[in-house]
Ligand binder design. Structure first.
Ligand code: PPS
Length: 210
């Protein structure tokens, strides 16, 4: 029998229910939260989320990254881009991010999440103050210029119907905790590294990285 063998131990007391979030947070020296990126396709959500995740890992923080690549190909592979599918997409992602956050993990979530109501619903499911909405405030002209997957071009040509920002709505957040822009007031480009740094400082200042 090993030191980990609880079966024969006399000092292990069995409890009902899960180990509290605070215990897990104490182990990881951080606070669970949902950093929710929202913005148009091509606004830089995934790039910044990924950069931030690496920066957090370097500071010894435990993270999870949810984005189209791991969710729309797996958990949500049965969903498309109709209004009801987008709503269900965001609802499931919200529930998964809540599970991670309740485990004390700094959870980075990167989806267009175009409808305000869906984002607000997720906010109401996550413990108070732990949902951090991050608005990638990038004009559609810049997103369209970047067009990394050529989807804006297709949408403009009428080959792709219901594309966000073209013929499907994007509802801007009204009070995001953090707003990240692509350019300064005097027209200088802001790098994803700088945007990630802004978020890192925010998380520090709010005590999520204890
Ligand atoms: S949503 O609205 O939050 O459910 O969308 P999301 O899961 O983030 O998926 C967005 C990516 O899917 C590609 N795509 C579309 N986006 C918007 N509208 C339509 N009709 C569409 N069809 C496919 C597109 O590549 C999005 O990419 P990024 O750049 O990652 O946001």
């Amino acid at each position: 029998s090993t030191a980990y063998d609880v079966g024969s131990s006399t000092n292990i007391k069995w409890h009902e229910g899960a180990v509290p979030t605070e215990n897990k947070e104490a182990i990881m020296q951080q606070k669970g939260c949902v950093v929710w990126f929202t913005g148009l396709s091509g606004s830089g959500k995934s790039t910044v989320a990924c950069t931030l995740e690496h920066a957090l890992a370097e500071s010894g923080k435990v993270t999870a990254l949810l984005d189209g690549d791991n969710i729309r190909h797996g958990l949500n592979s049965n969903l498309g881009f109709s209004a009801t599918d987008r709503e269900e997409n965001i609802r499931r992602i919200g529930e998964v991010s809540k599970l991670f956050a309740d485990t004390g993990i700094v959870t980075l979530v990167s989806f267009i999440s175009p409808y305000r109501r869906d984002r607000d619903r997720v906010r109401s499911r996550v413990p108070e103050g732990r949902f951090i909405e991050v608005f990638m405030k990038v004009p559609i002209s810049i997103c369209e210029e970047r067009d990394p997957k050529g989807l804006y071009k297709k949408a403009r040509a009428g080959q792709l119907k219901g594309f966000t920002g073209i013929d499907d709505p994007y509802e801007e957040p009204l009070n995001a905790k953090v707003v990240l822009e692509a350019e300064t007031a005097d027209g200088k480009r802001i790098s994803p590294q700088d945007q990630a740094r802004t978020l890192l400082e925010y998380l520090h200042s709010k005590g999520f990285l204890t």
